[in-house]
Design a protein around this ligand. Structure first.
Ligand code: GLU
Length: 480
């Protein structure tokens, strides 16, 4: 059997972290098995459609390194890959279901359905269609269809059970008594998700339908639809729920935001791939660092666990730092130039690259961390900041600046380097009668505009003698 998987997002917004994991796992499973991966756009909900969503979906996939063999842009033998362009297929299937007695036209108005729901709520009955149109004779149905709007409802079996054989969950049994005759085709001729996914997964020869846990309750509908249409269902794999650090369902607040926001906020795709991979899967019982190539070779649904995964942003930050430090020099230099937001010559990039690499956890820190390298003055700060770590004692701050000024002035331009600066600053300890860690923040603020930043000795060396003296003088002036 050829493995064919798909990612089938609805273009109703930018793909979120929780959702894109299904793309990564589907893609990896196809790649690891020499199969094909499809991108299909499920755009049948016209009311929730967002124009920019398709771009965001494709950009998110590109950013992570996920390519598709069939779908938008690349085309393929099952074109079109947009459900809105495939309506005749669904309408045909709905017609067949009606003809074969597995579905019926429902003429209930939205008002009636609304009243029904309210009555069910009031009498504490389970919600669901009450079946009023289920037994309308075919002739009457045909006649009314000529001038009344209708939906097509699927006749669910109401007795017995429906069993989902899930690759991750094992068998899951659903009680048919709780199932409802759902709408398969809407009155505007568009299918619902249930009909469209069954028709398309069949027509596109999907072998494994890998999707989020939130779809598991739809599985009995799909299973009965496959059965009624006489189609062979795919292997289903419902990925485990993702919980936030609070162990509640992942929400926007706990990190389930747009994938591309993570890119904008300075995360590396390698870190995100590694992070997403472990939301339910593992390579073995000890490996914690995996690349997209590892996934491509070794991803296996057999190693996806059913129990919920926890989204831990600290872990993502750790991975990001790891991959920043693992970048080759050329890419790191290019990254610095890109994220500093400033014109930087190669020598400056090379000087700052090693110290920056140790400090940065997210690339969006590069801009603020390197801001002090540009211009004569330190980035703007309040005078109080100079003495903040000295309990607000401005007099000590002033002494620190004065003595530093004197010490730096004695270093000749040609001797201005990390070692001589370190010696000068350490030499302030006996003069001031203070430990370095006590007073160093004054110098950090004067030079870098912040009590923490890139290592001070290197930073002072990089900005040079005249700018250093100028900034110390400026700090003294602020205190005065
Ligand atoms: N359109 C559904 C979604 O947005 C697809 C679910 C599936 O993969 O079957 O998640």
């Amino acid at each position: 059997m050829t493995v064919r998987t798909r990612y089938a997002p609805s273009p109703t917004g930018d793909p979120h972290i929780g959702n894109i994991r299904a793309a990564l796992f589907s893609w990896a499973y196809a790649r690891a098995n020499g199969g094909q991966f499809l991108l299909r756009i499920e755009d049948t909900d016209r009311a929730r459609l967002q124009e920019t969503s398709l771009e965001a979906i494709m950009d998110s996939l590109h950013w992570l390194g996920i390519d598709w063999d069939e779908g938008p842009v690349v085309g393929g033998p099952h074109e079109p890959y947009f459900q809105s362009q495939r309506l005749p297929l669904y309408q045909h299937a709905a017609g067949r279901l009606i003809d074969e007695g597995n579905a019926y036209r429902c003429f209930c108005t939205p008002e009636r359905l609304d009243q029904m729901r309210k009555a069910q709520q009031a009498s504490k009955q389970p919600p669901g269609y009450d079946g009023r149109c289920r037994d309308i004779p075919r002739e009457e149905s045909d006649r009314r269809a000529a001038n009344e709007p209708f939906t097509v409802r699927f006749k669910m079996k109401h007795d017995g059970t429906t069993v989902l054989h899930d690759l991750i969950r094992g068998d899951v049994t659903f009680d048919n008594a709780l199932q409802d005759d759902f709408v398969a085709l809407k009155s505007d001729g568009y299918p619902t998700y249930h009909l469209a996914v069954v028709v398309d997964d069949t027509e596109m020869q999907i072998s494994h339908a890998i999707r989020g846990d939130e779809w598991i309750s739809s599985a009995p509908k799909h299973i009965q639809l496959y059965d009624a249409l006489g189609y062979e269902p795919p292997v289903w794999a419902h990925l485990p729920l993702i919980l936030g650090p609070d162990h509640k369902k992942l929400s926007k607040r706990s990190g389930d935001t747009a994938v591309l926001d993570y890119a904008t906020n300075g995360y590396l795709p390698e870190a995100m791939v590694n992070f997403l991979a472990f939301l339910g899967w593992s390579l073995d019982d000890h490996t914690s660092l995996v690349t997209i190539d590892d996934l491509k070779q070794h991803f296996d649904l057999a190693r996806v666990v059913p129990n919920p995964a926890v989204f831990d942003v600290e872990r993502l930050n750790f991975l990001n730092g790891y991959y920043i430090r693992a970048m080759d020099e050329e890419r790191w230099h290019a990254t610095i130039t890109q994220w500093s937001g400033q014109q930087m010559d190669a020598a400056l990039v090379a000087a700052v690259a090693p110290i920056l690499r140790e400090r940065v956890a997210r690339l969006d820190e590069i801009g603020p961390m390197t801001a002090f390298l540009f211009g004569d003055d330190a980035p703007g700060y309040q005078a109080e900041l100079l003495a903040e770590k000295l309990g607000g004692d401005a007099a000590i701050a002033q002494t620190v600046l004065d003595t530093a000024m004197a010490a730096f002035s004695e270093i000749a331009s040609e001797d201005w380097n990390q070692a001589s600066i370190e010696a000068a600053i350490r030499g302030l300890e006996p003069v001031l009668g203070l430990k370095l860690r006590k007073f160093v923040s004054v110098l950090y603020v004067a030079i870098e505009g912040s009590p923490q930043g890139l290592p001070l000795f290197d930073s002072v060396a990089i900005i040079g003698r005249s700018r250093t003296l100028h900034r110390l003088a400026a700090a003294l002036q602020k205190l005065a």
